[in-house]
Design a protein around this ligand. Structure first.
Ligand SMILES: Cc1cc2nc3c(=O)[nH]c(=O)nc-3n(C[C@H](O)[C@H](O)[C@H](O)COP(=O)(O)OP(=O)(O)OC[C@H]3O[C@@H](n4cnc5c(N)ncnc54)[C@H](O)[C@@H]3O)c2cc1C
Length: 429
């Protein structure tokens, strides 16, 4: 569809057609709302990502009618293995003795070219008007200061569209969040990533892999058809050594890592190396009058736990009824009340994950902490299955943070003769 065929006004304008935007638009359309989605890109488009969708993410994919289409183009992932700098290995599988089950027993390794284009098609099929190559540059405001639409560039022309609600699903550097003053960039951890596809990486299995070193971590995941996704994440400070050549940097990083170097001996890269970052951000709040944020625009998850796509999908599902209420509201005050409800619902849904994700982020930033955690978890399969289940989005975070589990973890620490000193470091007694 071209912009010229659009009505000048729509009930809901969704900015961004990634997983968050496609899900929000699809769920809003299901509630009978008139929805237009704008994306600056033309789909299919690639997106730097480790391309793993958690077992519970399948629930929303299924609701949107996308799961069967995607499963046939994805590699199944049955769990995760995390290699600590010490060499200890945390191994967890999604089907485990804890008894929690996801919507599917497996996650999906799938390229974002396929995933995002498929989700956008599902939104289109649900009646959403989708306009590609439409870059939003600013928000419009009504006399009260409430957001009432957007300004955009399309085919070298600038135009304006008005709406009752704008949904900012425009990712990490959300222009919507910045224009309404909701963006907040965290000072720590500041990381950048290099992502590429390889063929013929040796010894790939159905487990996603993380290799943590004192200079960042690299994830490997099968994304079907013999292709492996390789995602290296390093501190922004260390990225200066890249000197504008991410390809040489990634090659050198892999060859310095002896275990990986052996597995990449016969591998060849089949995509460009994409660099992205720095990424650490969380919006002050996920709404302002006339606007709501979802997905990375609202809150970025560290790639280590691979939860961003699920959070984007579920965020869209969570948001839609509040948008519906806000659009139908008889006054600005009632609309604000509805959007305040969205903020509380987000907190209730995500608070546990935020805590676990921040804890994992802390461990990943400190090799000593990571080694200590790996020493405990490598000898406690039940605990590591539980943790992997949380990152798989089907075990509630409370299961890990419960007093009983924390007590078990403490006993495990004690029985491994591990102690934490006041600086948080770990010594063997
Ligand atoms: C290195 C790395 C690895 C990751 N690995 C994983 C993983 O394995 N699993 C996982 O679940 N998550 C992972 N994530 C996180 C995941 O990629 C994101 O959380 C997810 O893409 C968020 O979806 P979104 O729809 O909010 O944003 P995006 O996917 O970024 O989509 C935003 C869309 O908005 C559009 N847009 C942006 N600005 C404008 C504008 N001004 N006007 C119009 N359109 C605009 C963009 O073109 C884009 O299509 C990873 C992230 C990184 C950086």
């Amino acid at each position: 569809m071209t912009i010229h065929a659009l009505p000048r006004s729509t009930q809901v304008l969704v900015v961004g057609g990634g997983p968050a935007g496609a899900s929000a638009a699809w769920h809003c359309a299901q509630l009978g709302l008139d929805v237009t989605l704008l994306d600056r890109a033309e789909f299919p488009r690639s997106k730097p990502c480790a391309e793993y969708v958690s077992p519970e993410g399948a629930r929303i994919l299924s609701a949107m009618g996308a799961l069967e289409l995607l499963e046939s183009q994805a590699a199944p992932l049955t769990g995760m293995v995390v290699n600590a700098p010490s060499g200890d290995q945390i191994r967890g599988e999604f089907v485990a003795r804890h008894g929690f089950r996801g919507f599917r027993d497996r996650g999906l390794g799938i390229t974002r070219m396929v995933l995002d284009a498929t989700l956008l098609e599902r939104a289109r099929a649900a009646g959403v008007r989708v306009i590609e190559r439409a870059k939003v540059t600013d928000v419009l405001r009504d006399g009260t200061g409430s957001v009432s639409g957007v300004r955009l560039q399309h085919d070298n022309a600038s135009c304006e569209l008005t709406s009752s609600m704008v949904v900012g699903a425009d990712g990490l550097r959300s222009v919507i969040a910045r224009r309404v003053g909701l963006a907040r960039h965290a000072r720590w951890p500041k990381r950048v990533a290099l992502v590429a596809h390889y063929r013929d990486v040796a010894d790939m299995t159905s487990l996603g892999e993380m290799h943590v070193t004192s200079h960042g971590y690299v994830g490997l995941a099968d994304v079907a058809n013999g292709v492996t996704n390789v995602a290296l994440v390093i501190n922004a400070h260390d990225a200066k050594a890249m000197h504008g050549d991410p390809t040489a940097f990634l090659d050198a990083w892999i060859s310095r890592h002896s275990v990986l170097a052996a597995r990449f001996r016969s591998a060849h890269r089949v995509s460009a190396v994409h660099a992205t970052g720095p990424f650490a951000s969380r919006a002050r709040c996920a709404w302002a009058p006339g606007v709501a944020l979802v997905g990375d625009a609202a809150d970025f998850y560290d790639p280590f736990t691979g939860e961003g796509i699920y959070s984007a999908l579920v965020g869209g599902e969570l948001l839609a009824p509040f948008v519906h209420e806000a659009v139908r509201a008889s006054s600005a005050a009632r609309s604000a009340l509805a959007l305040g409800g969205y903020e509380r619902a987000r907190r209730d849904s995500f608070i546990g994950k935020w805590r676990v994700e921040r804890l994992i982020g802390l461990a990943v930033s400190s090799p000593k902490l990571m080694n200590a955690a790996a020493r405990v978890l490598s000898r406690n399969r039940d605990l590591s299955d539980l943790l992997i289940g949380i990152t798989g989005d089907f075990v509630p975070a409370s299961a890990m943070l419960s007093p009983r589990t924390l007590w078990r973890a403490a006993r495990a620490v004690a029985s491994q003769s591990i102690s934490f000193n006041r600086a948080g470091y770990v010594d063997r007694r």
